[in-house]
Design a protein around this ligand. Structure first.
Ligand SMILES: *[C@@H]1O[C@H](CO)[C@@H](O)[C@H](O)[C@H]1NC(C)=O
Ligand SMILES: *[C@@H]1O[C@H](CO)[C@@H](O)[C@H](O)[C@H]1NC(C)=O
Ligand SMILES: *[C@@H]1O[C@H](CO)[C@@H](O)[C@H](O)[C@H]1NC(C)=O
Ligand SMILES: *[C@@H]1O[C@H](CO)[C@@H](O)[C@H](O)[C@H]1NC(C)=O
Ligand SMILES: *[C@@H]1O[C@H](CO)[C@@H](O)[C@H](O)[C@H]1NC(C)=O
Ligand SMILES: *[C@@H]1O[C@H](CO)[C@@H](O)[C@H](O)[C@H]1NC(C)=O
Ligand SMILES: *[C@@H]1O[C@H](CO)[C@@H](O)[C@H](O)[C@H]1NC(C)=O
Length: 271
């Protein structure tokens, strides 16, 4: 082989290896878990401990949504600060619940809740806005809330929950973000037919989150949490949580099979 052929062959292998890396990285997008942890650490410390274990199994892939009182509550509680710090020590993040009532709640009241979260729990990692509108016109309301949270700490994670498909302009509006993550599914039925809007295929899966409750803890007709996790993955969702808990409040305890769910996700798409 002369020198020219050698360098051509080298180039060929470099291109081939780059292509392989691309294909590999595409098949190697690991799911992350975000848990609406609406359980009180003073009465259910076990559930918070299982979040810590999950973060040990899945480093940097666990987020808990704390919710003392449909928001931050009226006083800082040491029990909450303790579980926040403990989960953060295991590489987990904790974000605070704030309701927006589909934009009917006055912005200044919503901002007060954001302030309270950062005042009571200074290490909080971001905000989960609940009851988020998904019809055209409310994007500026949510974008200013997004910017408000980022002004507290630019690394904050902002998760918006319409619990249903939404418009692309609720992710980016007027050239900038409205949310870091959007929860596009929250239901106790129809998990296996959960379908993302087509516009979402232009974005990374880590922009999208799906919540499945009322998923039975027994493996009925081979349907279990693994099947809905697979469906979420196929639908370009990067953040997930599945529970057998159900209405009226599916988030008041942790899934009976949570550790199985964590292991299932660990064994999927290993990099
Ligand atoms: C949410 O907004 C609607 C419409 O303004 C209002 O009727 C309702 O009381 C509000 N809900 C809460 C919990 O404030
Ligand atoms: C901002 O948030 C990041 C990640 O949540 C954290 O590591 C950092 O310490 C925070 N900065 C301040 C000033 O609190
Ligand atoms: C769009 O963004 C620009 C600056 O980036 C701002 O001046 C303008 O007010 C924004 N428009 C709307 C409708 O939010
Ligand atoms: C729970 O799932 C069953 C079917 O598996 C369905 O009949 C029921 O309506 C669901 N309940 C809720 C609250 O979604
Ligand atoms: C993805 O973005 C491109 C460029 O903006 C656009 O032409 C295309 O329609 C988008 N695809 C979907 C599925 O929305
Ligand atoms: C549920 O049952 C199916 C079929 O027997 C099996 O493939 C799957 O691994 C089971 N899931 C769990 C979590 O045990
Ligand atoms: C979830 O499963 C656990 C363990 O089997 C059970 O005790 C609990 O009642 C279930 N929750 C619901 C809402 O069915």
């Amino acid at each position: 082989m002369n020198r020219k052929m050698l360098s051509l062959a080298l180039l060929f292998f470099q291109v081939l290896s780059l292509a392989c890396q691309l294909v590999w990285s595409q098949s190697c997008e690991q799911m992350r878990i975000m848990v609406p942890a609406y359980f009180d650490p003073s009465s259910n410390s076990q559930a918070w401990s299982s979040l810590n274990s999950a973060a040990t199994t899945l480093p940097n892939r666990i987020v808990a949504i704390a919710n003392p009182s449909n928001g931050p509550g009226s006083a800082a509680q040491s029990s909450y600060q303790n579980v926040i710090t403990a989960l953060q020590r295991q590489t987990g993040l904790v974000i605070g619940y704030v309701s927006t009532n589909y934009s009917n709640r006055a912005s200044n009241l919503v901002q007060d809740d954001v302030d309270t979260w950062y005042r009571f729990y200074p290490t909080i990692n971001g905000i989960f806005f609940d009851e988020v509108a998904n019809t055209d016109g409310k994007q500026p309301y949510y974008q200013s809330l997004y910017n408000y949270v980022k002004s507290k700490n630019s690394s904050s994670l902002v998760v918006n929950n319409p619990g249903a498909p939404t418009l692309e302009t609720y992710l980016f509006y007027n050239g900038s973000r409205v949310a870091d993550v959007i929860c596009i599914f929250e239901s106790g039925v129809g998990g296996l037919s959960m379908t993302q809007s087509s516009w979402t295929s232009n974005y990374s899966r880590y922009n999208f989150y799906a919540l499945f409750y009322n998923v039975t803890d027994v493996n009925v007709s081979s349907f279990d949490y693994g099947d809905v996790i697979d469906r979420a993955y196929q639908q370009n969702v990067g953040w997930v949580y599945v529970t057998n808990d159900s209405l009226p409040n599916p988030w008041d305890t942790i899934a009976s099979y949570f550790s199985g769910e964590v292991d299932y996700i660990k064994n999927d798409n290993q990099c």
